[in-house]
Design a protein around this ligand. Sequence first.
Ligand SMILES: Nc1ncnc2c1ncn2[C@@H]1O[C@H](COP(=O)(O)OP(=O)(O)OP(=O)(O)O)[C@@H](O)[C@H]1O
Length: 449
Amino acid sequence: MPKLWNQCTSLLKQDLSDSEFNTWIMPLQASEEGSRLRLFAPNRFVKDWVKQHYEQRIASLCIGVSEGRIEHVSFEIGTSRRAEQGSGDGTTADRAGSAGAQGDLEQRRSESGLNRSFNFETFVEGKSNQIARAASIQIGQNPGTAYNPLFVYGGVGLGKTHLMHAIGNSILDANQEARVIYVHSERFVSDMIRALQHNEIDRFKKRYRRVNVLLIDDVQFFAGKDRSQEEFFHTFNALFEAQQQIVLSSDRFPKEVSGLEERLRSRFGWGLTVAIEPPDLETRVAILHSKATLLGTELPDEVAFFVAKRVRSNIRELEGALRRLAANSRFLGVPISVDFAKDALRDMLVAQDKQVSIENIQKAVAAHYKIRVNDLLSASRSRSIARPRQVAMSLAKELTKHSLPEIGKAFGGRDHSTVIHAARKIAELRASDTLIEEDYKILLRTLQS
Ligand SMILES: Nc1ncnc2c1ncn2[C@@H]1O[C@H](COP(=O)(O)OP(=O)(O)OP(=O)(O)O)[C@@H](O)[C@H]1O
């Protein structure tokens, strides 16, 4: 490990909380190459996280400490030893399953692509995620036999990835020898393409078909990628028949993932399908407190409520707000208060306020058609209510990141298929009826301005 990196890590240690330092900085290895410092993360997850959250800080520290000798810091996946041997970008999944003899749990975890800080203890339970969490715990305890596959779906940044890692971690905690792979669908696709290019497709097939637990994130990325779907279909069948656990996540219900072959879509629904909904205010507050404890930050109750009320989009953004508060407060040496939060998060709060919510859409549509918001939520089927309701649902589908079940629920507890029908109907009418087209455009302008 280069001396320079050791100096940088001691400075980073003073700057970060213990949990941040241990989770994200400790696993990094470094090697110097001319004016470049190469940092290696054990898996893509750590690499992406470090890049997103610490890249600037690490780069300016290393450049400063080296007194200009280092001009550039790069982030890669693998180990510095492999880099020195000239073997390039070693992937963790490549090595999954091969480290059994080493018996080292943390090593196994990183080889499996798992982040140990995403576990059930750090996952806050709320009404919005209760079922998904319970099913995941069961799978962690009885992989392959509880539900297979488990399909978790929900909007962006609501905890799907966290739960998948928690399942993998709990399985490894109970049995170090379990062969677990967590992989993002995009990664599955790129690994497959690389294997095809290098004539290593048999190795690729073996690697994925011999696992005990396959956790595949964001399967909507398979859309339109026929060769990958074909390969994944066979992997799925092999694992399913051997009663090995498959866990899948997506931003939407299996049947709604467009661009996927029907045979895959139907298989995705064979086991248990669970939704993660956006958390309510109390859960958002509880998550903020839990994350603040992990960061070692003092977060007064009134600030947690203030932030949770204003940042409603998703948990990733909520966490981003907390990190910013923690960093600013540490940097300025000022305790976190509501006024401090208003100031530090000003731009974020403005952006949040601008985001189109289902509630805003309902208000705008009701005002436009001179009806009441309650009419939109009612059971009324009269044309003067049903058509604006369809317009509103269609706008919600177009302008928000909510899933179809979430939209249906916000319109008086309707089914996701009602939302699909509404969106189709409005698309047809917009093409044939200039009045509807005009209404829709006005509403779009109003909501997006
Ligand atoms: N219930 C929860 N308790 C604690 N932290 C949570 C919870 N839900 C989500 N988070 C945190 O929110 C962040 C985003 O979660 P995650 O990455 O799992 O979202 P996702 O649903 O997979 O999003 P995407 O669709 O973008 O992949 C993570 O840092 C995660 O730890």
